[in-house]
Ligand binder design. Structure first.
Ligand SMILES: Cc1cc2nc3c(=O)[nH]c(=O)nc-3n(C[C@H](O)[C@H](O)[C@H](O)COP(=O)(O)O)c2cc1C
Length: 246
């Protein structure tokens, strides 16, 4: 993205994030798999998280041990921002529950496919404030950073198909996804991307995933949804999955 485009997107995004925060009606996110963010006391926004209890919580993203051959891996700032739902810019409300937007789509895919959910967790605690997150992520991208991951897939052999979900960050994958693709070799497996955006859809990310995992089959017909429409995406997700044969 050029600097001019970045600036324009940043202004639009700041307005949209302010709207998202005010429109959100947060509530408890109990009973959710792999969804507890790190404690807010753990560190300040953007710091590396070294607290034992917080890293235990961030490790909670490990895959469920079902017998499905489908894994639904996703990254959302909401589960890596070290605050509860009240303070995060990254939540939407589904059935009265505050969840990260990408996580909400992952849940819809899970309901339709019965796959195992896996939350990609980072040692980095991302800023909960939307404006700070935008700058922080730009800096990470500039440095081509590889955030340390604290959740790991223990049983990759079990899975033939990996749905991978992420937000569009600066027309690219969040850097945590680069760490994720560095960690795993998905050769011979099918990767099905899904994402949430604020106007840029996938940008070039599907091609990037194929470049990072050259021996995987990456489905180009991924599912993409605007951050404003996540709470109404159920039937679109079901139709898309049906077209893919699920
Ligand atoms: C750091 C950052 C950069 C973003 N860059 C873009 C972008 O380039 N294009 C776009 O359409 N949306 C962009 N967005 C909007 C996100 O894709 C969108 O808010 C998404 O819902 C975030 O998912 P999450 O709430 O599950 O974390 C950006 C958001 C953030 C926080």
């Amino acid at each position: 993205m050029t600097d001019g485009k970045k600036k324009l997107w940043s202004v639009l995004a700041a307005a949209a994030l302010a709207f998202s925060i005010s429109a959100c009606t947060p509530s408890d996110s109990e009973n959710r798999q792999a969804s507890e963010p790190a404690s807010s006391a753990a560190s300040e926004a953007g710091n590396t998280n070294t607290s034992d209890s917080a890293s235990e919580e961030q490790e909670a993203g490990n895959a469920q041990t079902g017998d499905s051959n489908i894994l639904i891996a996703y990254f959302t700032a909401a589960e890596n921002s070290g605050v509860d739902a009240v303070s995060s810019a990254s939540y939407t409300t589904i059935d009265g529950q505050a969840v990260g937007r990408v996580q909400a789509v992952a849940d819809m895919i899970q309901k339709n496919t019965g796959g195992d959910l896996f939350s990609i967790r980072t040692e980095t605690v991302y800023p909960a404030d939307g404006g700070e997150l935008i700058d922080y992520a730009a800096q990470e991208q500039e440095e081509d950073a590889r955030p340390v991951l604290t959740s790991h897939i223990e049983n990759l052999d079990q899975y033939d198909t990996i749905f991978i979900g992420y937000p569009n960050w600066w027309a690219d994958l969040p850097q945590a996804l680069y760490s994720f693709f560095d960690e795993y070799d998905f050769s011979g497996k099918t990767i099905i991307p899904f994402n949430v955006h604020n106007g840029s859809r996938f940008s070039r990310t599907i091609q990037t995933i194929q470049d990072l995992e050259p021996d995987a089959t990456v489905i180009e017909d991924g599912f993409t949804v605007s951050e404003r429409n996540v709470d109404q995406a159920d039937s679109d997700v079901a139709d898309w999955l049906e077209d893919l044969g699920y």
